[in-house]
Ligand binder design. Structure first.
Ligand SMILES: [Zn+2]
Length: 178
């Protein structure tokens, strides 16, 4: 069964933090490596062909939880699914992050906060949809496609059928007018 992002429990989501200029110089290099781990060559090709800023935040589907890579200062923050076997070695310790960026952490847990402002305010290049998206204010998902809504071009919608929600609204309005 697919578990939706909105009902995350810390048991099977996971997060880690890398320093830029260590194993990877930017979000794109890290994403290419992680996509290699899960065999998503089509998404690797998409990144390599693009002319986007290599530090653009990136998101993609992975196991139960989508993966989000966010750049903050000289750090690469990764929120992902612990059911994938990521070959990442050079993590920054949470002890260090607690000293330099305590606002990124989930209270006293050694875990990035899923509710931190940076994630909420950030735009991500969602590779599977090849769209720039940001999180919606309240959690909603497309019942037809069983995926989360995102803010796309300023409007909340399903990244697959785009405007279905708006169509429903328009139909409701039309019924009211009748
Ligand atoms: Zn949809």
């Amino acid at each position: 069964m697919k578990i939706r992002n909105g009902f995350v429990s810390n048991s099977s989501s996971s997060s880690f933090i890398l320093r830029k200029g260590g194993e990877f110089d930017n979000a794109q290099e890290l994403a290419i490596h992680m996509l290699g781990d899960i065999g998503k060559q089509d998404l690797i090709d998409l990144i390599k062909k693009s002319s986007k800023d290599p530090n653009t935040n990136i998101a993609f589907h992975s196991c139960n939880y989508d993966t989000y890579i966010t750049t903050v200062d000289n750090l690469l923050l990764v929120q992902t699914c612990n059911n994938e076997d990521w070959s990442i070695h050079d993590e920054v310790s949470y002890k260090e992050i607690r000293e330099t960026h305590p606002e990124l952490l989930d209270g006293d847990y050694d875990e990035l906060s899923y509710d931190n402002d940076i994630r909420k305010k950030s735009k991500f290049w969602f590779l599977n949809y090849n769209l720039m998206v940001s999180k919606t204010k309240t959690y909603e998902w497309c019942k037809e496609h069983d995926i989360d809504f995102f803010v796309i071009n300023g409007k909340e919608m399903c990244p697959v059928c785009y405007n279905k929600k708006h169509l429903e609204r328009i139909q409701k309005l039309k019924r009211l007018i009748k």
